[in-house]
Design a protein around this ligand. Structure first.
Ligand code: ACO
Length: 434
C-alpha cells in the first residue's frame, strides 16, 4: 500500500510524530497508527470503534450518508432485482458474479453439501424444546467443527473453500431443524431438486404427512431477504467472526461466535424486537397510541427505543429497508393481506418518526429490520426464528470476510488494549482480616 500523505500528532511538551495516511478506492482515508504505541507509549481510545478501521477489505462498501450499499461494487438494488441468493454468495466469496457455467457448478457444489450428519439430531435432543432457536443454532454451528474434521486446515485454501460451502449449504438445514425441534415435528431432509430457498421453505413447512408446494412469489421474497442480509462490512457479528477467527480457530467455531453476537437486540435480534414492539403497540390500541409510544421513545429516561430505526453507519434511509418495504407490499398482496394491521401500523409509525424532530436531528431512519419481521411473519415464519433466518443469510458474509482475513498477509491475532482505571497493586489480607 502506498501512503497518500501524512498526519501529524502533537503531544506532550511539543513533541510531534508523523503517521502515513492511506486511501481506499472510495470512502474515508485512514491514519495508520500501528506504530503509535512503540513510538509514544500511548494507545488510542475508541470504545465502540467509532473511528477505527479494523482491517482492509474488498467485499462490501457502505456510504452511510448517501444510503448506498455495494457488494463487490454492485449496488444492492441491482443485485436484489437481477440475481438470486446463490449468485450473490458466489460474488461475495469469489469476487465476481458467476456466468452460467460457473453458476451451475457453484449451485451443484452447494446443493451437494445440504445434508448434515445424522448425529446432529442426537445433539439437538439435548436442548429443551422451548430453547430459543438462536441458543440452539449457536450450539449446532459450533458443533459442526466436531463433524467435519476433514477440512479444518485453515492454511489450506481448498479446505477453507469446502468449509465455506458446507456452512452455506448446511445452515438452512440446521435452521429448519431447530424450528422442527421446537415444534416437536420430524425433521424434513433437504431435497436437491429444489432451489436453495425453496428447499429451505420446504424443510421449514412440510411434514412427512403433507408435502409443501413453494409459492414462487414467496420463495423470491425470502431469497431477497437473504440477499439483503448477506453481508454488511465490519458490523458487530462480522468483527466478532474476524476477531475469533484471528486466533487461528476453525471456521465453524468462528461463525458460531458470529451467530452468538448477531442474537443481540442491538444487532440481528432487532427484527424480533421490532415485531414484538409493533404487536405491543397494536395490542394497546394501535395507531391511536403512536403519539404516546413515540413520546416514550423520546424520553431519555424510559430506556425505550424505536426498534428497527437507527444505524451506526447509515445516516440516511437504509437501502435495504426500501427494498424490504417493496417486498413487504409484494408478499402481502400475493397473500391477500394488503390490509394487514401491523403493516399499516408500521407505515404510520415510520411516517410519524420521519417527521419528528427527535429522529430528524439524530438522522434516525428505518433500517433493514424494520420491515423484515412483517415479511417473515407473512411467510409463516415465527418471530423467534427471525434472527436464525438472518444468521443463515449472513453466514456467507461472515465466511467471505473470514476467508479474506486468513488470506491477508498482514493478518495478526486481534488484541485490543485498554485504559486501565482499576486498583493498582495491593496486598491480599487473610480472610479474617478483610
Ligand atoms: N430509538 C430512539 N432513539 C435512538 C434510536 C432508536 N432506535 N437509535 C438511536 N437513538 C438515539 C440515541 O438515544 C442517541 O440519542 P442522544 O444523542 O440524545 O443520546 C442517538 O440517537 C445516537 O444513538 P447511539 O445509540 O449513540 O447510536 P449507535 O450508533 O451507537 O447505535 C443502533 C446504533 C444500536 C443501531 C441504535 O440506533 C439502536 O439501538 N437502534 C434500535 C435497534 C436496531 O434497530 N438495531 C438494528 C441495527 S441494523 C442491524 O443490525 C441489522
Amino acid at each position: 500500500m502506498e501512503s497518500k500523505g501524512k498526519a501529524t500528532l502533537t503531544y506532550g511538551d511539543g513533541k510531534s510524530i508523523e503517521f502515513p495516511v492511506f486511501g481506499g478506492s472510495v470512502g474515508p482515508d485512514v491514519i495508520d497508527i500501528r506504530t503509535l504505541y512503540g513510538k509514544t507509549g500511548m494507545f488510542t481510545y475508541d470504545p465502540g470503534f467509532l473511528s477505527t478501521a479494523s482491517c482492509q477489505s474488498k467485499i462490501t462498501y457502505i456510504d452511510g450518508d448517501k444510503g448506498e450499499l455495494l457488494y463487490r461494487g454492485y449496488p444492492i438494488e441491482q443485485l436484489a432485482a437481477n440475481c438470486d441468493f446463490l449468485e450473490t454468495c458466489h460474488l461475495l466469496l469469489y469476487g465476481e458474479l458467476p456466468n452460467k457455467a460457473q453458476n451451475a457448478d457453484f449451485v451443484d457444489r452447494v446443493t451437494h453439501h445440504t445434508m448434515v450428519s445424522e448425529q446432529m439430531q442426537f445433539f439437538l435432543r439435548g436442548f429443551r424444546r422451548d430453547a430459543h432457536p438462536m441458543a440452539v443454532l449457536t450450539g449446532l454451528v459450533g458443533a459442526m467443527s466436531a463433524f467435519y474434521h476433514d477440512s479444518l486446515d485453515i492454511n489450506n485454501p481448498q479446505d477453507r473453500d469446502i468449509s465455506a460451502l458446507r456452512l452455506i449449504a448446511k445452515m438452512p438445514t440446521l435452521v429448519a431443524m431447530s424450528y422442527k425441534y421446537s415444534l416437536g415435528q420430524p425433521y424434513i431432509y433437504p431435497r436437491n431438486d429444489l432451489s436453495y430457498t425453496a428447499n429451505f421453505m420446504r424443510m421449514m413447512f412440510a411434514t412427512p404427512c403433507e408435502e409443501y408446494k413453494p409459492n414462487e412469489v414467496l420463495v423470491r421474497a425470502l431469497d431477497r431477504i437473504f440477499i439483503l442480509h448477506a453481508d454488511h462490512e465490519q458490523n458487530a457479528s462480522t468483527s466478532t467472526v474476524r476477531l475469533c477467527g484471528s486466533s487461528g480457530t476453525n471456521p465453524f467455531a468462528a461463525i458460531a461466535a458470529g451467530v452468538a453476537c448477531l442474537w443481540g437486540p442491538a444487532h440481528g435480534g432487532a427484527n424480533e424486537a421490532c415485531l414484538n414492539m409493533l404487536q405491543d403497540i397494536q395490542a394497546q390500541g394501535g395507531v391511536a397510541k403512536l403519539g404516546e409510544f413515540v413520546a416514550k421513545v423520546k424520553d431519555p429516561n424510559s430506556g425505550v427505543r424505536l426498534m428497527g430505526f437507527g444505524h451506526r453507519v447509515y445516516k440516511n434511509y437504509d437501502p435495504r429497508a426500501k427494498l424490504m418495504r417493496e417486498t413487504c407490499y409484494e408478499v402481502l398482496n400475493a397473500l391477500g393481506l394488503e390490509n394487514d394491521p401491523l403493516f399499516k401500523l408500521s407505515m404510520a409509525l415510520e411516517k410519524v418518526a420521519l417527521e419528528d424532530d427527535y429522529f430528524v436531528k439524530r438522522k434516525l431512519y428505518p433500517n433493514v429490520d424494520y420491515y423484515s419481521g412483517i415479511v417473515q411473519k407473512a411467510l409463516g415464519i415465527p418471530v423467534s426464528m427471525f434472527t436464525g433466518i438472518f444468521s443463515l443469510a449472513r453466514t456467507v458474509g461472515w465466511i467471505a470476510q473470514w476467508q479474506e482475513m486468513i488470506s491477508d498477509p498482514e493478518y495478526k491475532i486481534g488484541r485490543p488494549r485498554q485504559l486501565f482505571n482499576g486498583s493498582t497493586t495491593r496486598q491480599v489480607k487473610p480472610i479474617d482480616k478483610r
